[in-house]
Design a binder for this molecule. Sequence first.
Ligand code: RIB
Ligand code: CA
Length: 309
Amino acid sequence: MKKRKIILDCDPGHDDAIAILLAGKNPIFDLLGITVASGNQTLAKTGRNALNLVQYLELDVPVCLGAVNPIIKEVEVCEAIHGESGLDGFDFPPLEIDFDKRNAMEFMIEEILKSKEKVTMITTGPMTNLGLALRIEPKIIENIEEIVLMGGSYQNGNVTPAAEFNIYCDPEAAYICFNSGVKVTMVGLDVTRKVKVFSHIIDRMEKINNNGSDLFVKLMRVFNENQKKVFGFDGSPLHDPVTIGYLINPDLLEIQHVHCDIDISHGTSYGRTNCDIFDFLELERNTYIAKDIDEEMFWDMIEEALKRY
Ligand code: RIB
Ligand code: CA
């Protein structure tokens, strides 16, 4: 069966790490590369975390650094949740690999234009790199199968009442992506908050007892400690891997096609993904949003992926 070509743009980040793990050795994917954004931490830290993950998980994929800053805003990291390193909780062995010489935008443009099949773009951090790539070389639009992003919410946010972190970090980049004409599937907080890494999930994955489960258990324990402090959650919402799970089996999510407008007005709703789920405005439907998730299927996917490492 033909593999689906994907590029994963991320800001590792505890949940980004599980997205990389879920995609990394799944035989249905041809993971062309991992590109890195600032977000959960500065680019220097998210970049190093991506290299550490690729080396530890023994993935033979290039890692490309993206833009240091969002298009308009300044970087706003999320140290309270992901820690000083951006991936607190796991001691990686000394790094022996380095970044690809191309930056994220160069990599995306080159790989998309040369691919004989359309490429699926997955973003699990601020959308800066993809937004810039779309502006630098619009020709890539015709060879992108779909943009699947973790971000936004048709309900409330997690950094302001209105906005979710990935969109809020770079609303202008999200605006470019959502209005590019490429099919956009938005995996928002509405569903990712339903897959929380409760202690019984950690116990279940710990029984696998391999390199993958060791990484999962140690990272998730720290992720949970921080989410408890900040949000009072008993289990962390495992946001980012839901994008990969959707590509493994679209039945994972209940999807609705709506008009979605990214608020770039700099008001109190700056960075909000305004999803017209009742079609009040009767505008062109430009986004497929996730409305519900099969939690049991999701955790089975995570368990199956961990067993590959
Ligand atoms: O709002 C959740 C998102 O912000 C996730 O991608 C998490 O990794 C952070 O980047
Ligand atoms: Ca992320």
